[in-house]
Design a protein around this ligand. Sequence first.
Ligand code: DGL
Length: 267
Amino acid sequence: MIKNNDKNLPIAFFDSGVGGLTVFEKLKKLLPNENYIYYGDTKNMPYGEKTEAQLIEFADKIFKFFEQQNVKAVVMACNTTSAITYEKLKNNYNFRIYPIIQSVSKVIAQQNIKRIGVFATPATINSHAYSKEIRKYNNDTAIFEIACPEWVKIVEGNKLKQPESLLQIKEKIREMEIHNPEKIILGCTHYPYLLEILKQFVPEHKFIDPAIEFSKFIKDDLQKNNLLSDKITEGEEKFYVSSSPENFKVSGSLFYKLKDTPEKREV
Ligand code: DGL
């Protein structure tokens, strides 16, 4: 499929909810003059507990919506769909697609970390996507993968301050500590919202937030392909969600303060 190559078309983002904002706010800082569209599929959240067939259906619908919107690139700011749907869907649309796991694993592998932990959703963990991708570049790394099914709901439900959330997080940290990892990948874009809690148990420098390398990767790739906008004023942004627009604005505010309430749109 021929890809859109008009540099002034928007960049689209998608995730099951507010997780993708942890990537969005970073790319927006690097590329403030781009126009952005963001789709949060809050109605179908959590993605990490869905089947492959469901995830393909959701991603395909959202990609078709982005085709109607005419975008130059789509950022899969969601580890779960990157792990489960990217390989199957990557050639079907008229824009370039950036999947988070595949885009950051090379850089992580090159850091020569001997023992890496991965916290992610059940679907991402069951796919072993991080292990497979990192091992493509470095066979000398032990990788310990732990699923954290409750964590996305803590973030989306704005339950960061509830004692039960602290217990759920602590339990997973204990499970991970047994493996004594040097670094731990936050392998779901919702998890950086939990850093304030996580760092009560593990020093912050031990966590890898893939969004940092991911946003640099996207910028470099757009630049290489002569696809950066040539506008000199700040770009526009438009947010869509499939349910609960107000909740998205509140839960997401820790990472990005939306000017307007997102538009509710089922695709
Ligand atoms: N934030 C997404 C991820 O990175 C999806 C989380 C979910 O909805 O389960 O995996």
